[in-house]
Design a protein around this ligand. Structure first.
Ligand code: HEC
Length: 98
């Protein structure tokens, strides 16, 4: 009987997960969005590529400005103007904060 209850619990738990967006689908969507490759090239030089959800769209320019100051003080690659625009767009359009 205990086993059946455990199995039932597991089924409910798994079904509950299905209601949320599968994180792999989210990841796929991000990878295909414009600016992803620029963001990965520039932003993953020092740490893992952050999630666009870490900040609301209005906050991303100042975060990226701070990061560009770090890049200036290091031997990492600075984004070109078009890379900067592309990666800023990536973080802003994919941020789920509205
Ligand atoms: C030269 C190295 C370097 C590069 C390149 C870099 N970062 Fe950072 N990043 C840091 C350091 C150091 C910290 C921790 C100190 C801080 O938060 O200011 C950090 C922290 C962060 C944080 C967490 C703190 C916060 O304000 O939320 C985010 C988000 C972030 N970086 C985003 C980015 C993005 C986006 C890019 C690409 C434009 C980028 N980083 C490129 C060095 C770098």
């Amino acid at each position: 009987m205990k086993k059946i209850m455990a199995l039932f619990g597991l089924t409910v738990w798994l079904a509950g997960c299905g209601e949320k967006v599968d994180p792999r689908i989210e990841q796929d969507k991000l990878r295909r969005s414009p600016g992803f490759s620029e963001a990965r090239r520039i932003c993953a030089q020092c740490h893992a590529l952050p999630s666009p959800n870490q900040h609301p769209p209005v906050a991303w320019p100042s975060v990226i400005g701070r990061m560009e100051n770090y890049i200036r003080g290091s031997n990492k690659k600075m984004p070109t103007q078009s890379e900067h625009d592309a990666l800023l767009g990536y973080f802003q359009t994919n941020s789920s904060w509205k």
